[in-house]
Design a protein around this ligand. Structure first.
Ligand code: ZN
Length: 425
């Protein structure tokens, strides 16, 4: 490795050079650092506080809890989220942030990735111009937080039921003019499909209760987003639980990528995404894996997410060949890198790529004996087995510690958690 770049990959036996350059990590699997393609780092403080609630009341409860936090609370929560990701072998994230705190949190820990500033606006309380001006100001602030980091700013129109069509078109133009990446929660729940196609269901009722007018698009989410310019080769579509084969293909033909979040989809009762259709629609393998947030998961463990992805596909399709360990590993590394347009830099361990890697112990009681590293990683290992996470040649998690000093953020996190514990939801 030189200047954060991989110069050669060789078997351990042939490692040479001065003794100080050789680090024996023991019986570990060495693999590309994970790409967690969908997170909300700043929601770490909500872990365990929003249990067993239906999806739409869950969103409402989340919004209510969010009102209890201040800027320092958000920063502490996002920093703890980034710390958890790094300690679990993740080197790159694609995050969606409302408070904006994920930028500084992820930068503090040393992660690589994309930070999407979320935008909401289903009602007309703010004009499109006002909302776009507010986004512009937030992104300017984010650019300061991201200076000197490996993170780039981007835009997330939250979802088709939280962003009205005219605002979607404006955000598509804004991001297009600046070459910014986009991320949208798409085709996540059955209720979303009912709202889009027929203007009925639980979301429609909630919008009506709030006095918000809704013009039913009479189209699927993907068709609706495409109509407003949001399905591009810079777009990450997250969830895709209710997606048809036609929609999956249309999104892929436009160059968009999908992110699969199996644990969050299951925990919120939204179902199992048709991964076979998404995979078939993405022949270039631009299909990532994401944990979503600690509020709906309840962790950022990519090893567990891979395990869950395989088991859910096999269980729901009753087929052993629905998915295997190597396919899960690819989604969690190279697939995510491709989805983020970063496969030339990361996602595999090979000469010329950035030195983003993780070492995972395979000598523990729950992983030994190890006959096959891929199956040991996907079916037996967990984030707690990660010995090292390196990003751009720099260890950000090693020997049970982060490179960053987190004492002050840990204290603030406890304060934030006390507020969340006492807050109504
Ligand atoms: Zn999300």
């Amino acid at each position: 490795m030189e200047d954060g770049c991989i110069v050669d990959v060789r078997p351990w036996r042939s490692a040479s050079g001065p003794a100080t350059d050789v680090v024996d990590l023991g019986r570990c699997a060495l693999l590309p650092a994970f790409v967690n393609a969908h997170t909300h780092l700043e929601y770490n403080v909500f872990r365990g506080r929003l249990e067993d609630i239906e999806f739409f009341p869950w969103i409402g409860a989340l919004m209510a809890l969010k009102a209890s936090l201040t800027e320092p609370d958000w920063l502490a929560s996002a920093t703890m989220g980034a710390a958890e990701a790094a300690a679990g072998g993740t080197g790159t994230i694609a995050d969606c942030t409302d408070a904006g705190a994920a930028a500084a949190g992820a930068a503090t820990i040393g992660l690589r990735g994309v930070i999407h500033q979320e935008v909401f606006g289903i009602d007309g309380k703010q004009t499109v111009q006002e909302t776009v001006a507010a986004l512009d100001a937030k992104l300017a602030r984010m650019a300061v937080a991201l200076q000197g980091s490996l993170l780039t700013p981007a835009v997330s129109p939250h979802a088709p039921y939280t962003v009205r069509p005219e605002l979607m078109s404006a955000l598509a133009r804004y991001a297009g003019d600046r070459g910014l990446r986009l991320c949208i929660h798409a085709s996540e729940s059955q209720a979303e499909g009912e709202l889009m196609l027929r203007g009925s269901g639980v979301i429609a009722r909630r919008l009506a209760e709030r006095g918000i007018g809704w013009e039913t698009p009479g189209a699927t989410t993907v068709a609706h987003l495409a109509r407003h310019g949001l399905v591009t080769n810079r777009t990450l579509l997250v969830h895709g639980v209710q997606v048809s084969r036609t929609d999956a293909r249309a999104a892929s033909q436009a160059g968009a990528s999908w992110v699969h979040c199996p644990k969050s989809n299951a925990k919120l009762g939204n179902g199992v995404a048709p991964l076979w259709a998404l995979r078939a629609a993405c022949p270039t393998g631009n299909l990532g894996l994401g944990t979503d947030s600690a509020a709906s998961n309840n962790g950022l463990d990519m090893l567990e997410e891979m395990r869950f992805a395989v088991l859910m596909q096999r269980a729901s399709r009753r087929r052993i060949d629905a998915m295997d360990a190597l396919q899960a590993l690819e989604m969690a590394t190279l697939g995510g890198a491709r989805a983020l347009g970063m496969a030339d830099q990361i996602g595999t361990l090979e000469r010329g790529k950035r030195a983003d890697l993780t070492a995972i112990r395979l000598d523990r009681l729950h992983t030994a004996p190890c006959y096959d590293p891929a199956s040991a990683l996907v079916y037996a290992a967990s984030a707690r087995d990660v010995a090292l996470t390196m990003v751009d040649g720099r260890p950000i998690w090693w020997r049970g510690r982060h490179a960053a000093n987190l004492a002050a953020q840990r204290r603030q996190f406890r304060t934030a958690a006390r507020k969340v514990s006492g807050a109504p939801r």
